[in-house]
Design a protein. Structure first.
Length: 402
């Protein structure tokens, strides 16, 4: 079987996902376009050699509708021979785009693919695409549908995490992300976003608040308590989990992932074509795994997907030097750490989505790149990136630094 290698990766800075955010004026296709251009220019690629562009996009409607991957490739002046496809694995879409690209290379069917994702949450609101799971009463009833914030609080309840523990994790995420920016750890991978006139709009993640304290977060009220009681979601969740007397609502905007705009791109290829083009591989994709889990609690799947990826690679968790898990909510990471017994100094060492934001379809590609950069900085051999996903799914990918 052919090996799949990571040759390069780029991402935008994350812009606040509201009308007053720095990237609001930039359309999603232009966000993706600039990353496709950057990955091609940095590696002096003849784009006719790229055999596919695979982009994750979680809300593929309106300006993000159609096949944004193909349109962005054309808009980036890629050869017209380059096809494109948009995929949706909810929050894991960007990583699954990479995994799909790797699978195509490993199978020998392709030699060079650009994968990643895009999401403009300021222009295309989360949930704008609808879908039967949330909108069809019969489907929602049968599957015990609840909003994801309820799931995060349910997960915290299951593991007995206190409000202080949840907030402490968030404060540390902010501190680590601030240090990473100050030390220049993101400099080589973040490509500033420009407007149509070429004027730079944003060069650094916009929502970072490195001075966040426990006192700041303690003043915030739980965001999902009223939704849980008034919309009946708490009752639905407790029907599925009757062992709990009540849900302990502990999440709010300060310990949940930020709503942001952004895009990512990762260059995946075979060894043979890389050598032909004079490209130096930075990492090898060792194994990938995606699993389904119980959809009401929804967010507890990363541990199972990580274990499956380890099994496929004939590895154990002790073989992994660094971990990167999307910070959808504090409880997701705390549960993952407890389940797999991962020390705090080995996971999300440069902060995560609580501090920097979670541009849904783009995040998987972003944090894969963050992991690889840190593996190179620390001289670590192996790493794993994981994301939880809506409807009870999770994806994981193991990479080996070269």
């Amino acid at each position: 079987m052919t090996q799949a290698y990571i040759y390069d990766h780029v991402r935008t800075p994350r812009g606040k996902g509201k009308p007053d955010g720095a990237l609001h004026e930039v359309t999603p296709v232009l966000l993706a376009t600039q990353m496709l251009q950057a990955i091609a220019q940095r590696n002096q690629l003849d784009t006719a050699l790229i055999e596919d562009v695979i982009l994750g996009c979680v809300v593929p409607v309106g300006e993000q509708g159609g096949n944004i991957a193909r349109i962005a490739a054309l808009n980036a002046d890629y050869s017209q021979t380059v096809p494109g496809v948009q995929i949706n694995r909810y929050c894991g879409s960007g990583l699954e785009a990479v995994n799909f690209a790797a699978a195509k290379v490993m199978s020998g069917m392709t030699d060079l693919v650009v994968a990643g994702g895009v999401e403009s949450m300021s222009r295309v609101p989360m949930g704008a695409d609808g879908g039967a799971w949330a909108t069809d009463p019969q489907v929602a009833y049968k599957t015990h549908f609840v909003m994801q914030g309820i799931s995060a609080d349910l997960l915290a309840t299951k593991y007995g995490f206190t409000q202080e523990q949840i907030n402490q994790y968030a404060v540390e995420s902010q501190r680590r992300a601030a240090v990473a920016w100050d030390e220049g750890y993101f400099d080589n991978s973040v490509v500033p976003v420009k407007d149509m006139l070429g004027i730079e709009l944003l060069a650094k993640d916009e929502i970072l608040r490195g001075d966040t304290t426990l006192d700041n977060l303690a003043s915030l009220k739980p965001a999902f308590a009223k939704m849980g009681s008034m919309a009946g979601f708490d009752s639905i969740a407790l029907q599925q989990y009757p062992e709990f007397e009540a849900i302990n609502h502990v999440h709010h905007a300060g310990n949940s992932s930020g709503i942001v705009d952004g895009a990512s791109a990762v260059l995946i290829g075979s060894k043979a074509l890389g050598e032909k083009l004079g490209l130096k591989p930075r990492a090898r994709i060792v194994s990938t795994a995606t699993i389904g889990s119980e959809p009401t609690i929804m967010l507890d799947g990363p541990a199972a997907s990580a274990l499956k990826a380890l099994e496929k690679a004939n590895m154990t968790k002790d073989d992994i030097g660094l971990w990167e898990l999307n910070e959808a909510f504090s409880s997701v990471v705390l549960a993952f750490m407890e389940e797999l017994k991962i020390p705090r100094d080995k996971i999300n060492v440069n902060g995560g989505a609580i501090a920097l934001g979670h541009p849904l379809g783009a995040t998987g590609g972003m944090i894969l790149g963050t992991l690889l950069d840190e593996m190179e900085r620390q001289n670590v051999k192996t790493g794993m990136v994981s994301l939880c996903e809506a409807a009870g799914m999770a994806s994981s990918t193991i990479i080996e630094r070269l």
